[in-house]
Design a protein around this ligand. Structure first.
Ligand code: 5GP
Ligand code: ZN
Length: 119
């Protein structure tokens, strides 16, 4: 846990959030400023600032983050069985990518269509 980190505080229940998934290593919650009908942030409980500082030791937990996103997407029918067929998963890394919170998180966005290339 990093003392000044917003997402560590959410994991520790020091700041409220709408949690949608949790296990020993991963937690997920609704984004406070959703950019799509579904906008969930999936995080490792271990604090690291971004993908850039992840190491081989973090391989498994990053895989768990990705698989938690896939599971949430299936539960919410973001690919099959819903109105839209597709979802987007995004790691922003560094300020010019749009990263504003420096605790690694995967955005899961769905429930609308998305353009490519992204802005
Ligand atoms: P980034 O810009 O770092 O890729 O993503 C950070 C995300 O965290 C943004 O989409 C932003 O809306 C969300 N966020 C920032 N502060 C809070 C908060 O206090 N609670 C929740 N649930 N989401 C937050
Ligand atoms: Zn943190």
């Amino acid at each position: 846990m990093s003392q000044d980190c917003l997402f560590c505080k959410i994991a520790a229940r020091e700041i409220p959030a709408k949690l949608v998934y949790e296990d020993d290593e991963v937690f997920a919650f609704e984004d406070i400023n959703p950019q799509a009908p579904t906008h969930i942030l999936i995080c490792p409980k271990k604090h690291f600032a971004s993908l850039d500082v992840a190491t081989r030791e973090d391989e498994a937990v990053i895989g768990k983050v990705m698989l938690a996103a896939a599971q949430l997407a299936r539960e919410r029918k973001l690919l099959a069985g819903g109105t839209f067929s597709g979802y987007r998963t995004v790691f922003n890394t560094g300020k010019d990518s749009g990263q504003t919170v420096f605790h690694l998180h995967l955005h899961l966005l769905g429930g609308r269509s998305f353009r490519w290339p992204p802005g």
